[in-house]
Design a protein around this ligand. Sequence first.
Ligand code: NDP
Length: 287
Amino acid sequence: MIQKDIIINGSTKIYGLIGNPVSHTLSPTIHNTTAKIFGHNIAYIPLHVENDNLQKAIEGAYALNIQGLNVTVPYKTQVMKYLYALDKTAETVGAVNTLKYTDNGYVGYNTDYTGLKRVFGIRNISFNNKTVVILGAGGAAYAVAAMAADFSPNKIIIVNRTLENSLKLISHMKRFYDVKIEAMDYNELDSIDEKQIVIQTTSIGLKSDDENSPIKKDSFFKNVDVALDIIYKKGKTRFLQQAEKAECTCIDGFDMLVYQGLDAYEIWQQIKIDSDIAQKILESVKI
Ligand code: NDP
């Protein structure tokens, strides 16, 4: 049975999102909706943290008995040094987006990685004999590369404006995965002739009025089976519009966002959210 409203009382457990900025986040809607469905006495709030205050924020949150935190831009790697321990997901990805309170301190997890894995798993998308092209090499690309490696594609190609950042990501991946992975420049994209799954992780197209795409030539999509843009916003990004025109299977970042939230919720409450309830939550928070 769904509770009508969240009632905050002396037993309410507090969860939240730390980042800068946090004002446009959908995470409170996802978590508070899920809490209503399960009748859990929790409240999830956005917590803006200024750039020099991360350590104080983590120590303060722990002192205040905050039971769990999600972490967003720009703190997903910086936060790691303030944690008691890392779960395997956070260690292999090299970034943390979820903290769980324990008696010894917070433990870090990465549910961007598990959430995205669910997005591909639910759709039964095969990576067999495919090349995965990842556009971008920022924080989110680490979770995407680890997820892709788990599906054993032929090869992973990292395409990024700054080569140095691609090389850092590749070197991190080589520590944990036995996968063929290389860097490529945007100018060389037309040279790939294998079937591809392309995952767009740059921040291009994020703002509502940003009509740019990292892909300049539509012809790039000729060998693309699946195009996923991890950006979520109302309406399609230019990247997905290009992919749709080329009749690729197109996926936006909304499902990933919801599943990373549900995976964090499962970790915090030690429950399993079945696929029907997950679908119901997904539909009820849709923007
Ligand atoms: P970062 O700031 O760490 O990385 C940004 C990336 O975008 C870098 O690779 C950067 O390249 C590239 N980039 C930015 N501007 C340009 C440009 N003008 N031309 C070419 N490349 C550019 O951000 P994150 O990786 O943490 O996040 C990226 C996006 O993913 C955000 O929009 C975020 O909202 C979204 N996201 C969505 C999630 C979901 O659940 N759906 C989860 C996590 C993130 P360079 O290295 O050269 O600077």
